[in-house]
Design a protein around this ligand. Structure first.
Ligand SMILES: [Zn+2]
Length: 243
């Protein structure tokens, strides 16, 4: 699939639904290689690519502060559900997004994985939110935020309430409830973690988790099932870790 088609699918709920209906792959146990390239030649990069995600965020090449500015807050969107998929497609034109490396990324959607996909020193958090962005030129940038068990999260509460109404439900969430107050990130170049595993994705993973209750995490795990791709080889890629 072409990057433009992915972007269109990410940006528009209807296309995202169409994409979900065509889903012909599944997550595995999160450890065994999925071998998605055996399903379709469109998925070749999943197994031959050298810049795949997720990775274990350990042994960074450099410690440094990545200049990252976010503009989130309250945002309106629409729930998009599918097998192994719980996603909010944000309505365009709300001015939400992030600026990293002098590139302005517009927020398209957020989706979740149980457990988290990226590991830190070999360990995975029980839940992660992936905020998917794109520049006007179509370059993808993702911000990943881990969740730990703690206080109930109001944004996750809104999400779960909409989930009970089903696919296509309109909702409004305060994105800041799902992002740490100070966003300090691991930074590297990787890929989509689902077929077609397209590379050139600007990965940002926050080192500070946010909280959700055990019940909320369990509810998302129930909706998603195991939904983390196996850890991929770093293949000498530069990894910058926060201080
Ligand atoms: Zn993801």
């Amino acid at each position: 699939m072409k990057t433009t088609a992915i972007l269109a699918a990410l940006a528009f709920g209807a296309s995202a639904t169409a994409l979900a209906q065509q889903k012909d792959w599944n997550f595995g146990d999160g450890e065994t290689p999925e071998l998605w390239s055996a399903i379709s030649t469109d998925y070749a990069a999943c197994d031959t690519g050298k810049m795949q995600s997720p990775i274990d965020l350990t042994g960074p090449d450099a410690i440094g502060t990545v200049a990252l500015a976010t503009n989130f807050g309250q945002a309106a969107g629409k729930l998009s559900l599918g097998k192994e998929k719980v996603q909010i497609d944000f309505a365009p034109g709300q001015g939400k997004g992030m600026t990293s490396g002098n590139k302005a990324f517009d927020l398209l959607q957020v989706h979740f994985h149980t457990p988290a996909e990226h590991a830190v020193n070999g360990k995975r958090h029980p839940l992660v939110a992936h905020f998917v962005h794109a520049t006007s030129a179509g370059e993808l940038g993702v911000l990943g935020v881990f969740f730990v068990e703690g206080a109930a999260n109001p944004a996750i509460a809104s999400l779960l309430s909409a989930h009970q109404q089903g696919d296509g439900t309109a909702l409004s969430v305060n994105i800041d409830d799902m992002v740490p107050e100070r966003v300090e990130v691991y930074r590297y170049m990787g890929s989509l973690t689902t077929p077609p595993c397209s590379e050139g994705v600007n990965w940002h993973v926050a080192n500070t988790p946010v909280e959700a209750s055990a019940e909320q995490i369990a509810a998302l795990r129930g909706a998603l099932g195991p939904s983390a791709r196996s850890i991929q080889h770093r293949n000498g890629r530069l990894l910058v870790a926060p201080q």
